[in-house]
Ligand binder design. Structure first.
Ligand SMILES: [Zn+2]
Ligand SMILES: [Zn+2]
Length: 385
């Protein structure tokens, strides 16, 4: 089958402390400290085989994520930008949908022909974090498209327990559109997890600030609008991304470069300040850290963006204003169902952020095109829908 593979050289930075297991598996917690000279190649890979608890998918749609870009891009030192768990060589791609073409002997609720979206986080269900319900923080985690083969390929076997059916969306929009939307359940689920499953204090009527109008920020925007937000202020330095934010219904979209964030936020919240801040840019040192006067009493800050930044947060201001801060990671443990329902009901339509649908053969060109961050989401289609 055709597949897109990420490779890099194993060159741990001097002084970076690797555990025995990280060294042995070449699967470091911090890819940006060990993998040098990342590159992607489109080529032939062996056809995968099926285990009894898996279904085989013909991949219909797979989005290119900011994380994919950060695995593909090198910083000034030549090392991979992405700061999380990565093994190479590996087939990447983790935001996807597909049609089931084969079902393993132990699978109960899925049939050949079903359309599904699939969780990227391969949580074990048995570790202490999973048993307490925090599956996104699984202690024995594998990540599809990061540590094990992903979906920028024609076929992928996945365990049935990570699959969520798209039939409700197909009922409303037809199969082809449901499969494109299905590829956006994962990134939208990341935003959902941060907004509604971490602090669990969302209120309709909130004033919201979103940093970063990439796909996660745009998904957060769609979700807070569906959930009854008041003012929705989106910051992004890219003009074309601000245009996506406007198209998706932002009250205002602003270039944060060189402006006083506190002042701008106070102005656009009519002096009452922000209740929900959502960091989807990965630059908390330049987004969350400067915020002070614009935080409303009891404001919430949700930090999702991962950019290798090392912010110093104004904890004293947080105490004074009764502010809560939550980091958020992942999309598993429930958001898939909610996001699929919001799509099926027409409350959110993530197709508005898709700027291109391309065959897998054009993947290398699509990565190149995304380097300047002008597009929002590009969807690759490895098999005809
Ligand atoms: Zn992603
Ligand atoms: Zn676990």
């Amino acid at each position: 089958m055709k597949a897109l593979t990420l490779s890099a050289e194993w060159a741990p930075k001097p002084g970076y402390d690797l555990t025995e297991k990280e060294r042995e598996l070449r699967r470091p917690r911090n890819a940006n400290m060990t993998w040098k000279g990342p590159r992607i190649t489109l080529g032939d890979a062996p056809d995968p085989s099926l285990k009894p608890d898996q279904v085989m998918l013909a991949i219909a749609a797979v989005g290119i994520c900011g994380s994919d870009m950060h695995m593909y891009e090198a910083g000034e030192d030549g090392y991979m930008v992405y700061p999380g768990l990565v093994h190479t060589p590996n087939i990447i791609g983790h935001e996807f949908s597909g049609r089931i073409i084969e079902v393993g002997a132990e699978v109960k609720d899925l049939r050949v022909g079903d359309l599904v979206a699939v969780e990227e986080i391969q949580w074990c269900g048995e570790c202490l974090a999973c048993r307490r319900g925090f599956v996104n923080h699984c202690l024995d985690i594998e990540e599809l498209g990061f540590t094990i083969p992903g979906a920028m390929a024609q076929y992928l076997p996945v365990r049935a327990k990570y699959c969520w059916k798209l039939d409700e969306v197909a009922e409303r929009y037809g199969e082809e559109e449901a499969l494109v939307m299905g590829a956006m359940v994962e990134p939208t689920g990341v935003s959902y997890q941060g907004l509604f499953n971490r602090l669990r204090n969302w209120l309709p009527g909130n004033n919201v600030v979103i940093f970063g109008a990439g796909p996660i920020g745009l998904a957060a925007e769609a979700l807070v609008i569906a959930a009854g937000a008041n003012q929705v202020i989106v910051f992004d330095p890219s003009e074309s991304r601000r245009a996506f934010a406007d198209k998706m219904g932002a009250s205002v979209s602003l270039d944060p470069t060189g402006i006083d964030l506190d002042e701008a936020i106070m102005q656009h919240t009519f002096g009452s300040g922000v209740d929900y801040v959502v960091e989807c840019a990965g630059f908390a040192d330049r987004t969350i850290e400067p915020l002070d006067r614009c935080l409303a009493v009891n404001a919430s800050i949700i930090d999702i963006g991962m950019g290798g930044d090392e912010p110093t947060l104004p904890i004293v201001a947080y105490k004074r204003m009764g502010v809560q801060y939550a980091g958020s990671l992942g999309h598993a443990g429930g958001p898939f169902q909610q996001v699929i329902r919001l799509m099926a009901s027409g409350r959110i339509d993530m197709r508005k952020m898709v700027s291109a649908r391309l065959p897998l053969a054009e993947a290398p060109a699509a990565f190149k095109r995304l380097e300047n961050r002008q597009d929002a989401k590009i969807i690759l289609q490895p098999n005809p829908l």
